[in-house]
Design a protein around this ligand. Structure first.
Ligand code: NAP
Length: 243
């Protein structure tokens, strides 16, 4: 896909991997809708750092657990920026949920944000993409979708669902729209990740390092520029999936 001047919506783009992806899409000449939930300050900084700043890019706040917020986000974003050609479903939550203490609220929270929101975002932008004859959707999955961690079963299950959703959307939106997933290994560990967790992640990767945001950004750029890849999940994990 030719990315120049096209509009990309990146969810959870105020911080961490989403921010790095949004910055790269801006550098590639796209007009970026930077969605955030709580990271307003960082999201504003992201926009300022992009070529063209606020005149080219848009900031949108939304709680993606709310169904109505999803439709409203897309509607307002397209009103102001024009049709969305690229959707990066990046926003997610991740926290331990040991089997015997997980609550229904935690389960519902993870499923609403990590799986229901990507589905309805894809539904909302996918229809326009298909009718315009062009679009590209990337879902941020996780290497744990195939090898679930016992203390994170609901999270891993949302990501396994997102793998299935990626393949199904690729079929439903073909041939106009490409839909793929990226399955990172440990890239930016959460702030509460211990040194021990970190060295175990390094140990369990074939390339003996954790990933950099740049590794994910390169994968996003590859998938957006490729015209012959759809319905697949690209592991970016230093070989952890085959360890
Ligand atoms: N980091 C890794 O090593 C790694 C590994 C495997 C998979 N992944 C996947 O890659 C993606 C990005 O990873 P990350 O570590 O950068 O993610 P993250 O920091 O855990 O979360 C990304 C964003 O999700 C947004 N978010 C949280 N709750 C929300 C809500 N209710 N409504 C809307 N947005 C909400 C947050 O926005 P605000 O900050 O604005 O509140 C946050 O910045 C995620 O899908 C993650 O599962 C990451």
């Amino acid at each position: 896909m030719d990315l120049q001047d096209k509009v990309a919506l990146v969810t959870g783009a105020g911080a961490r991997l989403g921010q790095a992806v949004a910055q790269q899409l801006g550098q590639l000449g796209m007009r970026v809708i930077i969605h955030y939930h709580h990271s307003e300050k960082a999201a504003k900084q992201t926009v300022k750092g992009l070529p063209g700043g606020e005149s080219q890019h848009l900031l949108m706040q939304a709680d993606l657990k709310e169904f109505s917020a999803i439709k409203e986000l897309v509607c307002k974003a397209e009103e102001q920026s024009g049709p969305i050609s690229v959707l990066i479903n990046n926003a997610a939550d991740f926290f331990p949920t040991p089997l015997f203490s997980t609550t229904e609220e935690e389960w519902d929270h993870l499923f609403a944000l990590n799986l229901k929101a990507p589905f309805f975002l894809a539904q909302t932008v996918g229809e326009g993409m298909k009718s315009r004859g062009e679009g590209n959707i990337i879902n941020m999955v996780d290497v744990s979708a195939d090898r679930p961690w016992v203390s994170f079963l609901p999270y891993c299950t949302t990501k396994a669902g997102l793998v299935s959703l990626t393949k199904g959307l690729a079929r439903a939106l073909s041939p106009e729209v490409q839909v793929n997933g990226i399955a990172p290994g440990t890239v930016l560990p959460p702030p509460n990740h211990s040194e021990m967790d970190l060295s175990s992640s390094v140990e369990r990767s074939l390339l003996k390092r954790i990933g950099l945001a740049e590794d994910i950004v390169q994968a996003v750029e590859y998938l957006l520029k490729s015209d012959f890849v759809t319905g697949t999940i690209l592991p970016v994990d230093g070989g952890r999936a085959v360890y």
